[in-house]
Design a protein around this ligand. Sequence first.
Ligand SMILES: Nc1ncnc2c1ncn2[C@@H]1O[C@H](COP(=O)(O)OP(=O)(O)O)[C@@H](O)[C@H]1O
Ligand SMILES: [Mg+2]
Length: 279
Amino acid sequence: MTDLEAIGVGTILAGRYELVAEVARGAMGDVFEAFDRVEGAKAAVKVLRAEYLADESMRRRFRREGAVLKALDHPAIVRLLELGVDDAGVVFLVTEYVEGETLAERLLKGPLGLGEADVLVDALCDGLGAVHHHGVLHGDLKPANVIWPADGGPRLVDFGASKILGLDRLTATGEVSGTPAYMAPEVLTGKADVDQRIDVYGLGVVLYEALSAKQPFHDKHIGRLMMKIDAGDCLPIKAVADVTAAIARVVERAMCRHKDDRYAEMADLKTAWQQARHA
Ligand SMILES: Nc1ncnc2c1ncn2[C@@H]1O[C@H](COP(=O)(O)OP(=O)(O)O)[C@@H](O)[C@H]1O
Ligand SMILES: [Mg+2]
């Protein structure tokens, strides 16, 4: 049996996944690099935190992440290997291990060049387009949830805040999941009818940051941060990044406060980006 309190490096889950290194400590769970003894290969294992194991809504969110990933098969989305439950009740998610830095780590070194931004826009618009096609919203787009391997295209991770359209009422529990600095105003203010345009917005914020290495909205005080986002109160991207007016318009349109002013779909954002790049 696994000692729930002592899950960490050295633990073997389900007699198979040996946790070899801690990769990140998240809000919901911890992510480990693991060695899959059956496949003889590396894997990433996300374990629901011990303090949440008894919390049915957290367990549901975790299983939700697994179910969503299971339905998705796209080169820009991290691949699920297994949604596991250990004999001791530990819930864990096994995905392909993506060797590389997150976009957040990459941006500490400075903004992306336009060629890199092309690759990012391509991959994320296609990947998110596939996600939306399945009736799912990612809901937590941010640089820390994009891993960029040295030998491949960017990969989207973390469907822990995802919503399934028609099933989830975002505000049913009064709970909002996501990361405030990247959240669309309609999510922050708890509007019930959200759609794929929350991810259009999120990608807009990620692009602003990718091109400038600066977050558009930043405030230590959560209330002030929410007011700034709701008011669209940020420096114009032209002031912080070396981009053409056409590129600036694409990012600004994706980030519009009112969803009707944004691109309707990922594919529209991708097309607009490509046109701006060739303008
Ligand atoms: N499949 C993976 N391969 C390598 N690193 C990963 C993988 N999945 C997540 N990570 C790392 O772990 C971090 C946290 O994972 P994430 O799924 O975003 O959990 P959380 O819900 O805690 O934010 C990511 O930012 C990334 O650095
Ligand atoms: Mg995350």
